[in-house]
Each structure stands twice: as C-alpha cells, then as structure tokens.
Ligand binder design. Structure first.
Ligand SMILES: *Cc1c(COP(=O)(O)O)cnc(C)c1O
Length: 396
C-alpha cells in the first residue's frame, strides 16, 4: 500500500472502532412507507417525505410533462441563460405561499444557507447560532468570516448575553436558528427570539427545512404557526426536498433581500439552475399541499398516536410536536443495536450518532409521514416494545 492509501485506511479504521462508520443503504423502490433496501422489504420510518408527496402521481406527471416541454438540463446558471419561466413562476408562488414579497430558488438547502449567510454578513460582523443548528448553517457561519458564536439550545438568556456582547463589537449581527430542529424535532421559541433580536438591532434568519409544508394552518411553516411576519423574521429559508417532496430550496423575504442575494450569494451565482422540470414538480406540489389539507391533519394525528404509544412503553421521547420523533438511547453502540434489531423485524429506523448529535445522546430518529397508516405506526410501536424489552434493560 502506498502512503496515501495507508493514511486513508487508518482514518477509516479509526471511524469503525468508534462505531461512527457511515454507509449508504441502496434503495430499489419508490419513496413511501414500504421500501426495498438491498432486496429486503421494510416499513420506512426515516424519510423526510413528511407529507408523502415524493411519489405523488400529480407531481410525477408534472415533472414528466415539463421534461417533455423543457428538456432535462437547465443549461446554465440563473444569471446567464438558465432562469426559465418555470423557475420564475415557482418563485412567485413560493413568495405568495409564505406571505412574503419575493422568493429566490436555490439548488439545495445547503447552498441556500451558505449563500444567504455569506451575502449578509462578513468580516467585522457577528453571526450567532443555536448550537444545535443544522450543519449547513454552522458551516455557512464559519465560512462567512464574521465573528461566530453559538448559544445554548433554545436558551433566551444565552442568546441575550451573546447579543449584548456582539452589539458592542460587531457592525451588524445576524441570529440564525432552525425553526424545527432536525435531530430533536422541537421548535425554536421564535416570538421571544424575534423580540430579543429586534431589541438589539440584530437580524433574524430562520431555516424552516422541517416546518415548511407541515406546520401552520396552510402549511406555510413555523412562521405561520407562530403568526410571525417578514417584519419579525426578515430572512426565511425553506427546503423543497422534504415535506414538499421534490428538490431544491428557497429564501424568502423583501425585494431588497432577494436582490441582494442575486447580486452577492455565490452559491446562487456560480452554479447551474435546477432543471425546469424539477421546478414544475415543485409548483404542482404547492398546489397539492393546498388541495389536500388532510395530509397535514393525518400526520398530526399519527404524531399524537406515536407519542402516546411510545410514552406508554417508557421510551424517552423528546419535546417534539413535529413529524421528527427521536427516541433518546445514549450510547452510540446501543443506538446502532436498536436500529439493527428493528431492521431484523422489518422496520427501517436510522440511528443518529455524534458528531451529528452531541456526545452521549445517540438516538433513533423516527420520522412519520402522512403516507403511513395507523396500523403501520402501531406495528412500529409493537416492534419497539419488543426491542426495548430485549435491549433496554441492559442500560437502565
Ligand atoms: C435538510 C436540511 C438542510 C439542507 O437542505 P438540502 O436541500 O437537503 O440541501 C438545511 N437545513 C436543515 C435544517 C435541514 O434539515
């Protein structure tokens, strides 16, 4: 082995020893509650397709029709010649859906966060983030060159302290939080945070990857849930690959915000536009979300059903009112063991381990979807009861 290979093998070996080695299960079925993974059939409880739209017939048709009309590739970046009518209409419809002046479509949520944060703050500024923020927000903050700090999860005191500190030193301060935390499922206390941020003349940005489509009376997300507007939260980011069931992301806010991003967001400027057919499928998804409110209602009933059942089993749930229902396990190895044992029983639930979550808080991340039936959720609870009886005793 040459030194390059030897080095990589040593790093990989270390990962394995730490039970942190990651692998990619290969799927050979459409997204949905039933999934075929490496030839075996499972009930799927780990997807972010919260409304069951990823394989919806209306979205498929919209995408196929648009591919016939527009072809496959967008051909160029938005600023060159890749910005189609389909993208433009989608941006209008997203803005209207969120009750904001404008929206800008990015290729992924990761890129939307990198682009927005880096366009808004830089050297001499401050960026303050919840310590459980999504990796893309943390990476974006670090990359920006602004003074980067993290406050205690959902703590208003910790945020206040850091805002006071930042307001003395920084030209401007941007506070960035997940609306729904992706590994915990809990909500940020946005009304209180928005008031605190305004008091300190700072700006608030919310990443609503897991709320958009699910929360609020119309599914407009966590800001609709709380009744907050563009004035309270000037920067809203949402993703289109989760509840919306397609692909991509957007930032929504004022006309000035969107123009700023078009001028300055490097991950918007220097990349190829999404295929127009993907934008068309997303447009259909917004129509379907409006036309089928039963999806959100059924999802919320399943969440209650799951929580009631899991609590009765003595499983340690988190403070989550959303489709993300983690079960706290603790040790990495034990979380893996739970996940593997569930798999043997035909249930696909992923184990989430550090560094994705803090040390000692490895968990099963159960996610529910409007496509699940009551019976499927009951089946998972039954399997959890058996696995917990087998494995839970060893820890407690
Ligand atoms: C999934 C996710 C992203 C990234 O979105 P992609 O479109 O998958 O790149 C960003 N933020 C949060 C909170 C997410 O959960």
């Amino acid at each position: 082995m040459n030194p390059f290979e030897r080095h990589l093998q040593a790093v990989l070996h270390e990962r394995r020893l730490q039970h942190r080695y990651r692998s990619r299960p290969t799927i050979s079925s459409v997204q949905g509650p039933e999934m075929v993974v490496e030839g075996e059939r499972y009930l799927n409880f780990c997807s972010n397709d919260y409304l069951g739209l990823a394989s919806h017939p209306e979205l498929r048709t919209a995408m196929v029709d648009a591919a016939q009309q527009w072809g496959v590739g967008s051909g160029a970046s938005h600023l060159v010649c890749g910005h189609s009518d389909e993208h433009h209409q989608l941006e209008r419809e997203l803005a209207e859906f969120c009750g904001r002046e404008r929206a800008l479509v990015f290729s992924t949520g990761y890129m939307a966060n990198l682009g927005a944060i880096n366009a808004l703050v830089g050297k001499g500024d401050a960026v303050l983030e919840d310590r459980l923020n999504h990796a893309s927000l943390l990476d974006a903050g670090l990359l920006s060159g602004a003074r980067f700090s993290r406050f205690q999860h959902n703590s208003l005191d910790s945020l206040r302290q850091q805002l006071e500190h930042a307001s003395q030193k920084a030209a401007k301060s941007l506070v960035v939080v997940d609306g729904v935390f992706s590994m915990d499922g809990d909500l940020a206390p946005l009304p209180e945070q928005a008031a605190l941020v305004a008091e300190h003349n700072a700006w608030l940005m919310v990443d609503d990857a897991h709320g958009f489509g699910c929360l609020g009376a119309n599914g407009a997300g966590v800001l609709e849930h709380y009744g907050l507007t563009q004035r309270d939260v000037p920067v809203l980011m949402g993703t289109l690959g989760k509840a919306v069931g397609s692909f991509g992301a957007f930032v929504a806010g004022s006309d000035a915000l969107i123009e700023t991003l078009i001028q300055m967001a490097r991950s918007y400027i220097y990349t190829t536009a999404l295929p127009p057919a993907v934008a068309a499928a997303t447009r259909q998804s917004l129509r379907t979300i409006k036309a089928e409110p039963w999806r959100r209602e059924h999802l919320h009933r399943l969440i209650q059903r799951f929580r009631g059942g899991a609590q009765a089993l003595g499983l340690q749930l988190m403070d989550s009112p959303t489709a993300i229902q983690p079960i706290l396990i603790g040790r990495d190895e034990l979380a893996l063991h739970y996940s593997q044992t569930l798999r043997q029983r035909g249930f696909w639930v992923s184990a989430i381990r550090p560094p994705t979550v803090p040390e000692g808080s490895a968990r099963l991340r159960v996610t529910l979807s409007a496509a699940h039936s009551d019976a499927q959720v009951d089946g998972l609870l039954q399997a959890l009861a058996q696995v917990h009886a087998e494995l839970g005793g060893s820890e407690r």
